[in-house]
Design a protein around this ligand. Structure first.
Ligand code: PLP
Length: 393
């Protein structure tokens, strides 16, 4: 049996998305900037995709910029605004649980003379509006807080945070990469100035994303070259990927309620069984304010790497944190920010369910997880001590 429960890392491309993309690799292969009929075909596909995405996000087509994915969108928003507005102020605010696509450019800004404030979160991963009110000052040019966290799924009060940013004359960006597959987002209603999404999290292709930039917002370019994307983001546009992203987004809106209901059912079944059948665990995240796909647990007295290896051996693909940092043995910055003790954070696993998973698969995962945890605890000196043993550590 092979089970994929790592949809926060990536999702399989929907077959309908693949079919929509295929002609743009072969018969409609043109460069969307070429001034002939082949180029015009590609330009038409690009314009249609832009219209689709704009309609879904509730903005104008000329506020949509196609990028190479979430990482580029986040980098562009944060660095682009901070650099453009450096004469106004040098203060940038992010949350302490952002994805590395925000954390790393923030560090870069810090190394280049900017001041960065990282807002704390509570034990469930929520950023308080008060903490932003306390941190923001007249030097702040941009505030960036993710909509839903990629490790624990907690959803932030984005509307209220954006309002505070605006009251102080700062722009507001949200990394919406993990939220967009599960939530209807209207950028105007949300009141954000910039918003990032990535195609491969909602059954679209990898290497395709969108940065929404509200008309009137000015930021430096990240990639310079030709005049594509209204001269703001150079490089021949990846038309098949853009068509795929727009198709996937449209499908995800049409099927949102059905998919969310299915995924919620899987997650609830999973959590009910885990919580009643496995002792010494801690659920990480907020049980009310969260996207439906992610269940994150710490299993005390064992190492996450060991759990991952044994589950992998049984054909189960899950993750010990975000895909980009799970190669390292560093504890999760998200869990540490939430106050999870370091030794407990080491035994944490993120399960993230998708539209193709079934209840039978969830049962198989729990069965194997129970075996895995018991086996690892049998070998754990810490668990031995917990049981009153005399293991000499
Ligand atoms: N932001 C968040 C919250 C993510 O989860 C990810 C991907 O895991 C990214 C940004 C980066 O997106 P991409 O893989 O498209 O570069």
């Amino acid at each position: 049996m092979k089970i994929y429960a790592d949809h926060a890392a990536s999702t399989p491309c929907d077959e309908r998305v693949v079919q929509a993309m295929l002609p743009y690799f072969t018969e409609n292969f043109g460069n969307a900037n070429s001034q002939h009929f082949v180029g015009r075909d590609a330009a038409k596909a690009l314009a249609d995709a832009r219209d689709t995405v704009a309609e879904i996000l509730g903005c104008k087509p000329n506020e949509i910029y196609f990028t190479s994915g979430g990482t580029e969108g986040d980098n562009w928003a944060l660095k682009g605004v901070a650099l453009h507005k450096k004469d106004k102020g040098n203060h940038v605010i992010i949350s302490s649980i952002e994805h590395h696509a925000i954390l790393t450019p923030a560090e870069w800004l810090e190394n280049n003379g900017f001041k960065v404030t990282r807002l704390p979160v509570d034990s469930t991963g929520i950023v308080s509006v008060k903490s932003l009110e306390d941190a923001i000052d007249d030097q702040t040019t941009i505030v960036s807080v993710m909509y839903a966290n990629n490790e624990v799924g907690t959803i932030q009060p984005i509307k209220e945070l954006a309002r505070v940013a605006h009251l102080h004359g700062a722009l507001f960006h949200t990394d919406c990469v993990q939220a967009i597959p599960y939530m209807n987002i209207d950028v105007k209603e949300l009141g954000v100035d910039l918003l990032t999404i990535s195609g491969h999290k909602f059954y679209g292709p990898k290497g395709a994303g969108v940065l929404y930039i509200r008309n009137g917002v000015k930021l430096d370019k990240l990639i310079c070259g030709g005049g594509q994307e209204r001269s703001q983001r150079a490089g021949t546009v990846n038309v098949p990927a853009v068509v795929g992203l727009a198709t996937a987004l449209k499908l995800s809106r049409e099927e949102l309620d059905k998919n969310n209901a299915h995924i919620c059912q899987l997650r609830d079944h999973f959590e009910k069984r885990v919580e009643s059948e496995i002792p010494y665990i801690r659920q990480n995240g907020n049980k009310q304010h969260r996207i439906p796909s992610i269940a994150n647990y710490s299993f005390e007295f064992v190492e996450g790497e060991g759990i991952l290896m044994l589950l992998d051996f049984n054909g189960i693909a899950v993750s010990s944190g975000s895909a980009c940092s799970s190669g390292s043995l560093d504890p999760s910055h998200v869990l540490l920010a939430m106050g999870v003790p370091i030794e407990v954070s080491h035994g944490s696993i993120r399960f993230s369910f998708g539209k193709h998973n079934t209840i039978e698969e969830v049962d198989y995962i729990v069965d194997k997880l129970k075996e895995t945890i018991s086996r690892l605890r049998e070998m754990s000196p810490l668990f031995d001590l917990k049981k009153g043993g005399t293991y000499n550590v």
